[in-house]
Ligand binder design. Structure first.
Ligand code: 13P
Ligand code: SF4
Length: 355
């Protein structure tokens, strides 16, 4: 017998809802670091009609759903086709033949998908999902900065707008930034938009004995810049044998005190491969949720922070955007700007084909 769920326009049987709730529960029961709710059969039963509806809409529209590891776990485990960090998701976008790509992440990531897949309709559930790094510099500001350093090669972190990418020679991610910078023939590098990552690059180049000058703009990630050495010291006292894992968007002081510093993907690999009684993840809480699901035998001791932009994504917004995208949810780019931005990302794939 068909059952019309109160929040959805689609009809699902009780059996369909129960088996979807069980599927969700298998993953979500492991998520502890979620201040909104405790994951149990009841919460999964409430969400099941929505995830069923989104998955049906995806099939009807031929849509692929890319989700960054920082979005809510019900998106990652309920409806995502691919989940991962910026580099992995940009590779998935580049390979995609889908007519519709929905990007559950932030606007610069959806722009990256549009740069790489111009024929696809790329949808972002909330057009207000910015990023303190990407929004710290405009294409026009970068043009003025470039004029001050005409001999520098311009490198942008993938956390930048399409307009900024269009002004740059090569794009990098947190996973390949050090290798790409070392491979560039130029000594002088204008790196945007992350000031703290620039500091971490300087330290890494020193460690590798590579002589380069790194000039940077002044952006920071509002999530990663907040972690402190005091927080690490306190956790090490409370949890003997603790491993501290941080992201290169953190301050160099935090990076220096960490056992491992790496991209979101590299952090996941590290946790998988290292045996330790406790892990302190100095990154966004969404990643800790993924780690809890995928490494249920390991212990994570808090410390993570929420990115307010990533948390603008929700199942309801995804459903509405897939069913009937509003103009502001569809990413559009000027074709000349898109081509220039694509060149900058393709250069990254040439210089660092695998993460
Ligand atoms: P990565 O996904 O490249 O590790 O970046 C982290 C981040 O802050 C994304 O917004
Ligand atoms: Fe931007 Fe930081 Fe949020 Fe990532 S976590 S989207 S870098 S503000």
């Amino acid at each position: 017998m068909g059952k019309l769920c109160p929040d959805t326009a689609m009809s699902f049987t009780t059996q369909e809802i129960e088996s979807e709730a069980e599927r969700l529960l298998k993953a979500l029961m492991h998520v502890e670091c979620d201040a909104r709710r405790t994951w149990n059969l009841q919460t999964c039963l409430e969400l099941a009609p929505l995830t069923l509806e989104i998955n049906r809409l995806k099939r009807e529209k031929g849509a692929v759903l890319l989700a960054h590891s920082y979005v809510e776990p019900e998106i990652i485990y309920g409806v995502a086709d691919h989940k991962g960090d910026s580099y992995f998701l940009s590779m998935q976008a580049a390979k995609s033949k889908a007519p519709v790509i929905l990007f559950a992440g932030v606007v610069f990531m959806a722009e990256t998908a549009k740069i790489l897949c111009p024929e696809a309709t790329v949808i972002v559930p909330d057009h207000g999902s910015g990023c303190s790094l990407a929004d710290s510099i405009t294409g026009e500001q970068l043009r003025r900065l470039k004029a001050l350093y005409p001999d520098a090669v311009t490198v942008c972190y993938i956390n930048s707008t399409a307009a900024v990418k269009a002004e740059c020679d090569v794009c990098v991610t947190s996973g390949n930034v050090y290798d790409i910078i070392c491979r560039l023939p130029q000594r002088r590098i204008l790196f945007v938009p992350d000031r703290l990552m620039a500091e971490n690059i300087r330290s890494e180049l020193k460690r590798r004995g590579v002589d380069k000058e790194i000039i940077s703009s002044d952006g920071t990630c509002m999530v990663h810049e907040e972690f402190t050495p005091a927080q690490i010291a306190e956790a090490r006292t409370r949890f003997p044998g603790l491993k501290v894992v941080s992201h290169p968007e953190c301050t160099p002081e935090v990076a220096a005190l960490s056992d491992f510093v790496g991209s979101t993907g590299a952090m996941m690999k590290y946790v998988r491969s290292v045996q330790a009684p406790y892990f302190l993840m100095l990154t966004e809480c969404g990643l800790v949720g993924r780690l809890e699901v995928e490494n249920p035998e390991k212990h994570f001791v808090g410390g993570c922070r929420l990115c307010p932009y990533m948390k603008l994504n929700s199942l309801e917004k995804i459903r509405d955007a897939l069913a009937n995208p509003r103009p502001h949810q569809i990413v559009t780019l000027d074709e000349d700007l898109r081509r220039r931005a694509a060149r900058c990302i393709e250069r990254m794939f040439e210089l660092a084909p695998a993460d």
